[in-house]
Design a protein around this ligand. Sequence first.
Ligand SMILES: Cc1ncc(COP(=O)(O)O)c(C=O)c1O
Length: 462
Amino acid sequence: MALIKKMSATQAQRHRTHLPDSADDPRGPHFALHAQGLGNERAYDIITSELLLDGSARLNLATFVTTWMPAFAEKLMAETADKNMIDKDEYPQTANLEARCVNIISHLWSSPESDAATGCSTTGSSEAVMLGALALKWRWRERMRAAGKPTDRPNLVTGANVQVCWEKFCRYWDVEPRLVPVEGDRLHLNGEEAVKRCDENTIAVAAVLGSTFDGSYEPVKQIAAALDKLEADTGLDIPMHVDAASGGFVAPFIQPQLEWDFRIKRVQSINASGHKYGLVYPGVGWAIWRDSAALPKDLIFDVNYLGGHMPTFALNFSRPGSEVIAQYFMFASLGFEGYRRAHRRSSDVAQYLASEVAKIGPYELVSDGSELPVFAFKLKPDVTNYTVFDVSERMRERGWQVPAYTFPANREDLAVMRIVVRAGMSHDMADFLLDDLRERTEQLEKLPAPLAQIEHERAFAH
Ligand SMILES: Cc1ncc(COP(=O)(O)O)c(C=O)c1O
């Protein structure tokens, strides 16, 4: 199975006909190892040159993932690149920093046990979601077994706007996904729709803070209240997990009054990506449980072959320790006020950009950057000569990566562009982006006919 993009036929032919076996060949290996290596300097040169073809990370407005860290963080990461997170016996101090991070994050999320919190680092939110959802599946199964009921049909309720990791969880762990479609102007889950899909086989309702599609926060408190009512009416007690991949490191700093975390009793576990608004390069994530009772003991493995007894709950075994160390560095370096300032700035830039985009003319905001520093916008219905995909392509010519995509069921008709503002995106950069967007929009507005038709006729003329 080819999981990576294949080479073009010409490229493949060129490399097959001449498999270099000497250090004189200037190319890097594509299919098989060269008999002789190229040496450090040449290999470095070749690879760094080739990587120039990648987009610029700082101009990538598609990703939620950190693309800027301070020089001291980069130095520390380079100095700790050889540490394996799993070797807790060999690197007890790294393990200690991980435990401190778990406590700090639990505290940010109002955990009742934040001095000896239950949680772990992961490779990102996807792994953290798997762990959180697995714990919920285990607990549901225990409840069902205790009640003498069948355990073969678990389901999970989420909005159709969830990130793909939730669909992966359901497929990999044999859980029926009950995805609530988005409808009209409701572009994420709400309590009323969630409750309609719940039954005794529901392992949990997962709410997202905030939605990958438009940066909006799902109403965690309202969903929990609807589940409280369901329990009062029927006796069904459905727990919640909050996928706070991005919002987990934003809301505590700039929307501290918003109740979305362990302040809500129904919330049993929360995940976030340290490598998103936690301000660390990829890949580090966090899974935190409300308390030790929320994490079934039989999911925790105790390994002794590294020396000492170490409890682990993870999908991977070995993984880099440097990202966890970098997370602790950012906590220590910025403190609460530093995070608040960084995210306040991103939020201001996002809201400024959104309001300026709305003034250009053909665009309408779908969200305005006031929840996550992320906003989505669409074309007004009277724009028929070009699409958001055309705008996205033209922005790419200048190096800006602004993705265009459609919403999930039932709003596949809604095509948007999305801008994610992260640390490192200054007001100046925002103005450059706006200038480029205005200029390209003006060109597209001058089209005398639909762009697709013009391109079709041009192809025929040739
Ligand atoms: C809401 C949400 N959940 C989960 C993920 C997956 O996160 P990660 O890339 O850290 O695995 C993302 C990524 O964008 C996300 O936005």
